[in-house]
Design a protein. Structure first.
Length: 170
C-alpha cells in the first residue's frame, strides 16, 4: 500500500499535466481538432473537458467545501462539451484557457492545510467526498485524459506506418 500524496506532490502532478498538454498541442498543431473516429474526442475536446472538470469537479468542489457547502451537484458532461464546441476552436485558445484554470487550481491545492483534507461534501451520485479524495482523483482523472491525448497522436500516425503496423503489441 502506498501513502497518500502530499499537497506538494499533487501540485507537481497537476503541473506535469500542463507540460504534457503543452507538448502535445505543440506537436499536433492544426490537428488539435482532428478526430480519429467520429465518436472519439479531438484534443481540443479532451482539454476542454479538463477545463470544465477543474472548474466544476475538482477546484470547484474544493472551493464549495471550503465555503462550507454541505451538498454539491453533478454536471452533464455531454451537454457541457456540446455547448463548449471546442472542435471549432483553435487549439491554442483551448490550451490557454486550460493553463489559466489549471494554474488557479494548483495554487488552491498548494494553499490547503492538513485539516482541510478531511473536510467534505455530499455528491448526489458518489456520496461523501473529501478534499483528500478529490485531489487524488484529480491526478487519476488527468492521467486518463492525457492517455486520450497520446492516443490521438498514435492514431494520427497509424495509417502511415506501412508494414511496421505488424510490430503493434511488441
Amino acid at each position: 500500500m502506498t501513502t497518500e500524496l502530499t499537497n506538494t506532490q499533487v501540485a507537481e502532478y497537476l503541473e506535469a499535466t500542463c507540460a504534457l498538454i503543452d507538448s502535445e498541442f505543440a506537436a499536433l498543431g492544426a490537428d488539435s481538432s482532428w478526430h480519429f473516429e467520429p465518436q472519439e474526442w479531438c484534443a481540443n475536446q479532451v482539454v476542454g473537458h479538463m477545463v470544465e472538470a477543474d472548474k466544476r469537479g475538482f477546484a470547484g468542489r474544493i472551493r464549495e467545501i471550503l465555503d462550507g457547502r454541505q451538498r454539491t451537484s453533478a454536471w452533464d458532461q455531454v451537454a457541457v462539451a456540446k455547448e463548449r464546441n471546442d472542435c471549432a476552436r483553435l487549439g491554442q485558445s483551448v490550451w490557454m484557457e486550460f493553463m489559466g484554470v489549471r494554474n488557479d487550481g494548483i495554487k488552491l491545492v498548494r494553499s490547503l492545510g492538513t485539516a482541510d483534507l478531511a473536510k467534505g461534501i455530499e455528491h448526489p451520485q458518489a456520496g461523501h467526498l473529501t478534499i483528500r479524495d478529490l485531489i487524488h482523483e484529480w491526478i487519476h482523472h488527468d492521467r486518463n485524459h492525457t492517455r486520450q491525448l497520446l492516443q490521438i497522436a498514435q492514431e494520427r500516425a497509424w495509417p502511415h506506418m506501412g508494414n511496421s503496423q505488424k510490430f503493434k503489441g511488441e
